[in-house]
Design a binder for this molecule. Structure first.
Ligand SMILES: Nc1ncnc2c1ncn2[C@@H]1O[C@H](COP(=O)(O)OP(=O)(O)OP(=O)(O)O)[C@@H](O)[C@H]1O
Length: 243
């Protein structure tokens, strides 16, 4: 449905990602996993067209395009002091499509209300976004994503700052989106959640180390190859399958 072919991304002289080829399918929940600085966000941003390819390209199947993407960036990259409410942010999922000169229709308001209820922040709809906790902010970003009703859902570290119980709810919500036929792709550090909820894992460390089902990908050798150059030191591996 979407993917990258032989993608290399450079920031000045620094190669963040080299020769990556990956496909993300409709109906699939994919996780991009790797240590800090591995190029995970770069891969996601290249799919959205936010960083240019030095070589290779992002590819979309016919009928799909970057317009179908709902992209949820890392929450710390956003300006939470911006004077808008929870409702306003969720509505941005609609106004992005309508253009600023159009007023939201009744249908848009119903879609936004449903999205806020599904993510559990409807009761907070009148609150200024600066007055939200980290987990509440993450849910508001997911509400905006749902309101957009894109076919391709790309999320950069949606579990950051979210408590374990809420994490389960968010993962179930994303799984359900994939089961409805959407392509869901998230960047995460959480190997356990990825293994539990995703049917497709991509291990990245400057390049694609492994790409496939959790059973195919989640081996001691692949985890070692992915995390051994982490700043935090080598991964703890048993030398056997860790599925
Ligand atoms: N705008 C930029 N300018 C220069 N270098 C950048 C820029 N963005 C990222 N990089 C570098 O590219 C590499 C990959 O960054 P990226 O953000 O894709 O990693 P990541 O795997 O998402 O990391 P993290 O888990 O820490 O968020 C890193 O070495 C990073 O320092």
């Amino acid at each position: 449905m979407l993917g990258v072919e032989n993608l290399t991304v450079r920031y000045g002289p620094h190669v963040a990602l080299r020769g990556a080829t990956v496909r993300f399918e409709a109906g699939s929940f994919s996780a991009i996993i790797g240590p800090n600085g591995a190029g995970k966000s770069t891969l996601l941003r290249a799919l959205v067209g936010l960083v240019p390819a030095a070589e290779g390209r992002a590819v979309f199947d016919p009928g799909h395009s970057p317009d179908c993407i709902s992209y949820v960036p890392q929450q710390q990259t956003l300006d939470w002091a911006f004077p808008v409410t929870v409702w306003d942010v969720a509505m941005m999922g609609r106004t992005g499509r309508l253009g600023w000169l159009h007023f939201p229709s009744r249908k848009d308001r119903v879609i936004v209300e449903d999205a806020l209820r599904e993510t559990g922040v409807y009761e907070l709809r009148g609150r200024h976004i600066g007055a939200l906790s980290g987990g509440q902010r993450q849910r508001v970003l997911l509400a905006r994503m749902l309101a957009r009703q894109g076919h391709l859902l790309l999320l950069d570290e949606p579990l950051t700052g979210v408590d374990p119980v809420t994490q389960e709810g968010l993962m179930a919500l994303l799984r359900a989106q994939a089961d409805k036929g959407r392509a869901v792709v998230m960047v995460t550090h959480d190997l356990e959640q990825a293994k539990k909820w995703c049917d497709h894992l991509v291990l990245v460390n400057g390049r694609v180390i492994a790409d496939g089902t959790p059973a195919e990908v989640y081996t001691a050798a692949n985890i070692e190859a992915t995390f051994s150059t982490s700043l935090l030191g080598p991964a703890h591996t048993s030398g056997s399958e860790v599925v």
